[in-house]
Unconditional design. Structure first.
Length: 293
């Protein structure tokens, strides 16, 4: 790579470092001056995600998730979903309910106060939602009329993200609180600290938990061995440290690549079960646990 090209690459990296620092500064400025108590802080995180995810995704604040059995999640601070995939955002006055199948990412935004039990309860309200095993989805494909989910994606769930300002050591891990990734804003370093669930060892583990959420792993998935050979640590971007030696992680830029790789493992949402939701609204679908096993 020649000198001019190297400068361009370095400048792109510096731009991400500057953007990351600006996000952290804004989060702490708002927090310290009382302008951000929840809703406005969520807007700062929302803007960060809007910069990262593809344009087909919408970042919506203060919504609820609903499944085709009529189960509803706790309130979700930020939901990232494919607006091109579903025309449905069910409304009750100012409340918005988004079908589980459409949602790729859910985000819980916290300040410096983290209660493990409350975080677990929130995450559990998301994990209790299930895609339908009946899955009445009718769609024309190239060679046939499909009415069941594809083998590689029988049951999806959204990625669960915790964004917070807490800098304490010994915080609950992503796995402890049932989150997939924790993003912390560090005041002194003016950086983001991103920790993924270490129980997912490779890309295939991430594929399974997000696309085979019913726990019934399909055998013979092509590409499984290749996915098992890579993990999210390989997507970390570094720059030379400020003192000219060593490496410094660019957390926001790395998170950009990591999150988008995860979204590509989901790729398109599963076929939408229109009839399942119709039956739910008509009261003819069975209740909790009857068709989710």
């Amino acid at each position: 790579m020649d000198t001019d090209q190297s400068k361009v690459i370095a400048q792109i990296k510096e731009n991400y470092a500057s953007l990351e620092k600006g996000i952290v500064n804004q989060l702490y400025f708002e927090a310290e001056h009382g302008a951000t108590i929840g809703h406005y802080r969520e807007k700062i995180w929302a803007e960060m995600f809007k910069r990262i995810v593809p344009k087909k995704f919408v970042v919506e604040q203060s919504v609820f998730l609903i499944d085709s059995r009529g189960k509803v999640s706790n309130e979700v601070d930020l939901a990232i979903f494919d607006e091109l995939y579903t025309p449905y955002i069910f409304r009750y006055y100012d409340l918005k309910f988004i079908p589980l199948e459409a949602v790729a990412v859910v985000v819980e935004c916290k300040s410096t106060s983290l209660n493990k039990e409350n975080l677990e309860s929130w995450a559990e309200s998301i994990s209790e939602l299930k895609t339908s095993s009946a899955q009445k989805s009718f769609v024309r494909l190239a060679n046939n009329l499909a009415y069941k989910p594809v083998e590689t994606q029988p049951a999806t769930r959204p990625l669960r993200v915790l964004c917070c300002l807490n800098e304490q050591k010994g915080l609950p891990t992503a796995a402890d609180t049932k989150f997939d990734v924790v993003v912390r804003a560090l005041k002194e370093e003016r950086k983001l600290d991103v920790k993924w669930d270490e129980e997912k060892k490779d890309l295939y583990d991430w594929y399974l938990c997000l696309n085979q959420a019913n726990g019934r792993e399909r055998e013979g998935i092509k590409g499984a061995e290749e996915a098992e050979a890579h993990d999210l640590d390989e997507y970390i971007i570094y720059r030379t440290g400020n003192n000219g030696s060593g490496k410094e992680e660019l957390s926001l830029m790395s998170f950009n690549f990591q999150l988008n790789q995860i979204l590509m493992l989901i790729n398109n949402p599963m076929l939408f079960p229109h009839l399942d939701y119709v039956e739910m609204f008509n009261g003819s679908r069975r209740k909790e646990g009857s068709d989710s096993e």
